[in-house]
Structures are given as C-alpha cells and as structure tokens.
Ligand binder design. Structure first.
Ligand SMILES: NC(=O)c1ccc[n+]([C@@H]2O[C@H](COP(=O)([O-])OP(=O)(O)OC[C@H]3O[C@@H](n4cnc5c(N)ncnc54)[C@H](O)[C@@H]3O)[C@@H](O)[C@H]2O)c1
Length: 432
C-alpha cells in the first residue's frame, strides 16, 4: 500500500501522487517534494484520514484531490497566504473583531532609564528601545558608571527602531536635578534601577540608607521636570523605597500613585516555575504574586491560575519558597558578583510596556507594589489596572486557599516593619 502523509494544511492523509497532483502548478516540484518530506507519516490504524479514504473508493480520492485543487472553498488550504485571504471572506466576524486592535497606531512616549548603564539598566534600555510605543529614550547615569551613557545611547541608536536615544550624565555627589532637565522634561515613564545591589552580608537597612538617598535625588528631579510621569522603582529594597518616595511625593502635593514598585520578576518566576512543574506553556500562565518584593513577603497565589491550581498541595510550600528564594539562587550562581540583571530587565520591560500600553488607552492588568487599601498594610503588591493615567484601579486579592491565608498573615507581619522604615524616611526628609 502506498505511503500516506498528513498534510498539515487540512489534517488529511494523502499519497505522494495525490499530494503532488493537488499542488501541481501551484508550487515548483522541488518545493512540493520538500513539503512532502516535512509532512508526518499517517498512522495506519483508524486515523481520520484512513477512515475517510476507506469510505470512498481510491479512484475517487484521487479525483477528490483534483477537485480540491479547483473547488473554490478549498483553494485557500493550498497556501498559507491564500488561507489568510480566504479567512477574511469566510469569517468576516473574526476580522471585524480583530481589526480595530491591530490598526491602532503605536504611541510615541518619552521614557528615561535612570541607572541606564548598569547591569539591569543596559538590557532594560535595549528592550524599551524595541517597544513600539517608545518614541524617545533617555539613558541617565553617573560619571563614575562603568560605561558612559552616551556610549550606551550611541549603541542603541543603531537598532532599526523608530525611537531616538540620547545619553545624559550626572556627577556623583551632586543633586540630579542639576543634570536631568532635558532628559526628564516631557517624560511619560521613568524606570529607576539606579542604585547599589545588595552585597553579601549587607542588611536591608544598610542598603536602604544608600539607595533611598539615590532614589530621592532622582524622584526630586522627576517632581520638578515630569510630575505627571509614572515612576517605576526597581531599586531595592522596593518594600521600603516605594513608601518612602510615594510619601515624599504626597508631601510635595503630587500623586503618590505615580510611584510604583516593580515586582514583575516575582510573577515571571512563578509563571516559569509552574510551567516547568506542570508542563504547561508559561506564556499562558498568570500567577498573581502579592505582598511585597523580598523574602517571605513574596506570596504567589498559585490557586488563582489554571495551571497553578494543578500543583499537588504538598508541592505548594516548596514552590512558594522557590519563588521567594529565586533572587538568592541567581546571586549564588553568579558567585556573589551580581544579582538578577537580565531577567530583571525582561521583567522591567514587561512592566514598562504594560504602563505605556495603559497610557496609550489599551488597559492592562499587572501585579505591582503601591499605596493600597486592600489590606491593613498601607503599601502592598497586588493586581492593578494600568490605564491612561498610570494605576487606575487597585484590585482586591480575590479568594485565597488555606495555605495562602496562613502565608498572608506572615507577609503582613514582615512587611509592616519594612513599610514603616520607608514612612520614617519620608517623615525625616522632603523633596526640594
Ligand atoms: N526590583 C527587582 O526585582 C530587582 C531585581 C534585581 C535587582 N534590583 C535592584 O536594582 C538595582 C540595580 O541593580 P544592578 O544589578 O543594575 O546594579 P549595577 O550596579 O549594575 O547598576 C546600577 C547603576 O546605577 C547607577 N547609579 C548609581 N547611583 C546613581 C545615581 N545617583 N544616579 C544615577 N545612576 C546611579 C550606577 O552607576 C550603575 O550604572 C539594585 O538596587 C538592585 O538591588 C531590583
């Protein structure tokens, strides 16, 4: 019996004669031969193709293949391009629905990456330069950074994207407000990974003291030159830096909801780990991660995702811990020479893109750490709706299972003190 192979165009099995006859005149012989090679052999036992073939005399199958070639409604199956065309006429409803989304032109926002020459800053700047909604990208860093901002900008400007890229340099020990006017004026989004990563043995409080002053200088410049912009804080410790900066904004009469802590990396990791465990595609997994952005304050709600809820109950505590410790795993794997930079840049760009999408009128939902009333802790990470002004709505936590409810109490206990550290800083300081 002649071998049959399944044509992926219609899922039907054909012999070489039938297939080559069908595609004759549409493709060159060599192309059809290559196509045949790529088609999977049909299963002999009761495949759909076989039962179809059995139901009709063989001579007729051949004739059918020929008829298929000429029949108007079957034509598009021959060629992907034609198929798309045919879909447009055969399924007008689908087209009508999809078209308005596709045709909305991209926006042209101005984005600044502060600390744009660092481990996170450089890849983050590259990913933002590739975002269709970015028209102007500014790279700001200090004169002591390992790479001059103008160099990073000159490198990125060669990407075949529409956005312009320019570098801006600040002087160490001087207030950023002296150097950032051009970079920040008209900015819609400021991404802030500027700061020091935690060194082994350093406490969170030590890190906070250094990084809060760095963040304050930049936030001060934003308050002056782009008070309407969204400020995405990547600099650690996010749990304390965000309350500190948001309260300083409030004191200055500005909107504290413009200051947002980026916790997307926790979500990205939770999605990835659930994907690995369940065999599902992480692209379609969306585990909300709530609470804060360090250690026990990170609480992934596996029960709220279709794949996440497939995890056996006994595995959940380990997965929870895996997400909490993932940052340390990267530091250890890098032998203490750095922390997560590439995955953080990926996560930061995912969040940055979502903000720009929202600003352009296409609402998006992401998890983020911000002023919140969904629990009794005044700053909390949960799902938020991003819209034309930034955070439009802070969403409730939803239903929690037993493990998550128990963990939530732990989260709050730890987070309370870390938020307090930020609030105290804001009490003792002011923006110029
Ligand atoms: N939110 C997260 O999920 C997450 C993940 C990883 C790291 N981080 C934090 O991000 C920060 C940056 O990490 P990194 O690995 O890129 O560090 P890095 O040292 O490689 O880069 C930091 C950059 O900031 C610049 N900088 C320092 N002070 C500045 C100032 N006053 N003005 C402008 N630029 C300044 C430095 O010159 C450097 O280029 C750290 O605080 C780190 O803990 C956050």
């Amino acid at each position: 019996m002649a071998e049959k192979r399944v044509d992926p165009e219609d899922g039907t099995a054909y012999t070489w004669d039938e297939l080559s006859q069908f595609y004759k005149g549409k493709y060159k012989k060599k192309e059809v031969e290559a196509y045949w090679e790529a088609c999977k052999p049909a299963k002999r036992a009761k495949s759909k193709a076989k039962s179809k073939a059995e139901a009709e005399p063989k001579a007729k199958t051949k004739a059918k293949a020929k008829a298929k070639a000429s029949a108007k409604e079957a034509e598009p199956k021959a060629k992907a391009k034609a198929k798309v065309k045919a879909k447009a006429t055969a399924e007008p409803k689908y087209k009508v629905k999809a078209k308005p989304k596709e045709s909305k032109p991209p926006a042209s926002f101005k984005v600044c990456v502060c600390g744009g020459c660092g481990g996170i800053g450089q890849p983050l700047a590259m990913l933002m330069a590739m975002d269709r909604n970015v028209g102007e990208l500014c790279i700001y860093d200090l004169n002591i950074s390992p790479m001059p901002p103008a160099g990073v900008a000159q490198d990125l400007v060669h990407l075949e994207r529409k956005c312009t890229v320019k570098g801006y340099i600040g002087e160490v020990g001087q207030p950023p407000v002296k150097f950032m006017e051009e970079a920040l004026t008209g900015c819609n989004l400021v991404l802030i990974p500027a700061g020091l990563p935690r060194k082994p043995g350093q406490t969170r409080d030590d890190l906070f003291k250094v990084n809060a002053d760095i963040a304050k200088g930049i936030v001060e410049a934003c308050a002056k030159y782009c008070p309407e912009a969204v400020l995405a804080m990547i600099v650690n410790p996010v749990n304390s830096i965000v309350p500190a900066m948001a309260e300083l904004y409030k004191k200055k009469g500005l909107d504290p909801m413009k200051i947002i802590g980026v916790t997307t990396l926790d979500v990205v990791r939770a999605n990835k780990f659930v994907g690995e465990e369940t065999g599902k595609n992480p692209n379609f997994i969306s585990v909300p991660v709530i609470g804060g952005h360090a250690g026990t304050t990170i609480l992934p709600l596996f029960s709220q995702d279709k794949a996440g809820k497939l995890l056996p109950a006994e595995k959940v505590p380990d997965m929870d811990k895996h997400v909490q410790d993932a940052g340390t795993d990267v530091v250890n794997a890098k032998n203490g020479k750095g922390s997560a930079t590439l995955s953080m840049a990926y996560a930061g760009a995912r969040f940055g893109s979502a903000i720009l999408s929202g600003l352009s009128g296409r609402k998006r939902t992401e998890c983020a750490y911000c002023a919140s009333t969904v629990t009794d802790i005044p700053y909390f990470a949960q799902k938020v709706v991003l819209g034309p002004k930034g955070i439009e709505k802070v969403l409730p936590l939803g239903e929690l299972n037993e493990h998550e409810t128990k963990r939530l109490a732990e989260v709050k206990e730890q987070l309370k003190g870390e938020v307090e550290t930020g609030l105290k800083y804001a009490e003792a300081n002011s923006l110029e």
